[in-house]
Design a binder for this molecule. Structure first.
Ligand code: CU
Length: 145
């Protein structure tokens, strides 16, 4: 009995891992970049396009980077003719569609850089997905896209 349970548990783990991996591979990230800011800036913005080639809607629920203390999901909205940034609980990457993170729209708000970043340097961003998988992205530091 014990042996059967352990065997079933192993199958479950294998299936879960498999599902997570196939979900991740349904997402393709292109044009990832971080906008360079003056030295000493405590907040930078990250942009990218995330395509979902799979049949399931996927949400990005969080992001983190070893080079930053914290990353929030933001969207810039115009209120009373003033651009304001609003924290978002998630970004949706619709099935068969794409999510575009771009200036004056949705973006990753990258806070508290741990080290000074140089132009052209790659920033590692790990996106957490609602299916439990995560997606690693390399985004170079640039002045413009
Ligand atoms: Cu922001």
């Amino acid at each position: 009995m014990m042996r059967t349970c352990r065997f079933l548990a192993l199958i479950c783990v294998a299936l879960l891992t498999c599902t997570a991996q196939s979900q991740t591979s349904m997402l393709r990230v292109t044009d990832a970049w971080i906008r360079a800011a003056p030295p000493g800036a405590m907040v930078l913005a990250g942009y990218m396009t995330v395509e979902n080639t799979g049949p399931e809607d996927t949400k990005i629920t969080a992001a983190e980077s070893p080079q930053f203390g914290m990353i929030e999901l933001h969207r810039t909205v115009i209120e009373d003719d003033v651009a304001r940034m609003r924290k978002q609980p998630h970004f949706l990457v619709p099935a068969g569609g794409r999510l575009v993170l771009a200036p004056n729209d949705r973006h990753l708000m990258m806070m508290m850089p741990n080290v000074p970043l140089q132009l052209g340097e790659n920033v590692t961003v790990v996106l957490t997905l609602d299916n439990g998988a995560s997606l690693k992205v390399n985004a170079p530091l640039r002045l413009i896209q």
